[in-house]
Design a binder for this molecule. Structure first.
Ligand code: CP
Ligand code: NVA
Length: 308
């Protein structure tokens, strides 16, 4: 039996594969008709297939967009809350993976620890998809790349600027920088820098990634400005983080340091008045609702690759 096609992190996949997934996502979006949002695409490529989705953390977008994406491809989903499974009573991740692999065609996991995701993938005989861990969020970055290309054309060579915590989103952005050939500038406080190992991997693999404490320097000539919550799910030191990140808020004055037509992106949920102000989030440069919508199409591309 051939190995399952897991979608765990962007560093694990070839640049051509990732570009093909984005191209397929764009094609699927362009081909959507005026029928309902969950209308099945011609050919229903995932007819008869079932995706289990395990959530150990809250979710709005990931849960709904994966459900819609599966439906549109002709498949079905099953939502499982980690705490309600025997996992919550000590059944191992490995045994859970072995059992679920006998019932479903793919497993999407949102987990508190990246090791659990890797454990699931190691023991599953069906594809496992990373729906966010404490380490990374690759499905979101695929949707973001689709969004940038829609608004600003091919991503290669563009300058993307991140303001804030060097968190799970930043891991996936650093992986993506090595695969898609854009420049990534990360402005963050010294206490909240991104993973040094991932940064070293990215730069050793041809990525152009720079880390600075200076927001204005990061945003100079940027095509896209990005922010995320200052307190990710599972972070414990919320007050300390808010203190460290005050200077990294994206407001109108900060946006003015980027290109005049730069776009603003945020994976959402946003904490208005913290990492981003209303004037930016609701302003003309914001593409956050397109970005959220594109989770459906990016994940259709991912699901088609994994399960098709
Ligand atoms: N951006 C994102 O993953 O949102 P949810 O936490 O709502 O799934
Ligand atoms: N960094 C955030 C992303 C939420 C989609 C978190 O992990 O909570």
């Amino acid at each position: 039996m051939s190995a399952p096609k897991h979608f765990l992190d962007l560093d694990q996949l070839g640049a051509d594969t990732l570009a093909d997934i984005i191209a397929n996502a764009a094609r699927l979006k362009a081909g959507r008709g005026s029928a309902g949002k969950a209308a099945v695409v011609p050919g229903a490529p995932l007819d008869g297939k079932l995706l289990a989705m395990i959530f150990e953390k809250p979710s709005t977008r990931t849960r709904v967009s994966f459900h819609v994406a599966m439906r549109k491809l002709g498949g079905e989903t099953l939502v499982l809350q980690g705490a309600e499974m025997q996992l919550g009573r000590g059944e191992t991740v490995a045994d859970t993976a072995r059992v679920l692999s006998r019932y479903v065609d793919g497993i999407m996991v949102r987990t508190t620890s990246h090791e659990s995701l890797l454990d699931m993938a190691e023991h599953a005989s069906v594809p496992v998809i990373n729906g966010l861990t404490d380490f990374s969020h690759p499905c979101q970055v695929m949707a973001d790349i689709l969004t940038i290309e829609e608004h600003r054309g091919p991503i290669a060579g563009q300058i993307l600027a991140w303001c804030g915590d060097g968190n799970n989103m930043v891991t996936s952005w650093m992986h993506a920088a090595a695969k898609f050939g854009f420049k990534l500038r990360i402005a963050c406080p010294p206490e909240l820098t991104p993973s040094a190992d991932v940064l070293a991997w990215a730069n050793a693999n041809g990525a152009a990634v720079e880390v600075t404490t200076d927001v204005t320097e990061a945003l100079a000539d940027a095509d896209c400005v990005m922010a995320d919550t200052w307190v990710s799910m599972g972070d414990k030191n919320a007050d300390e983080r808010r203190g460290l990140l005050q200077a990294y808020q994206v407001n109108a004055q900060v946006m003015a340091a980027a290109k005049a037509d730069a776009i603003f992106m945020h994976c959402l949920p946003a904490h208005r008045g913290e990492e981003v102000t209303d004037e930016v989030l609701d302003g003309p440069q914001s593409v956050v609702w397109d970005e959220a919508e594109n989770r459906v199409f990016a994940q259709m591309g991912i699901l088609d690759w994994c399960l098709g």
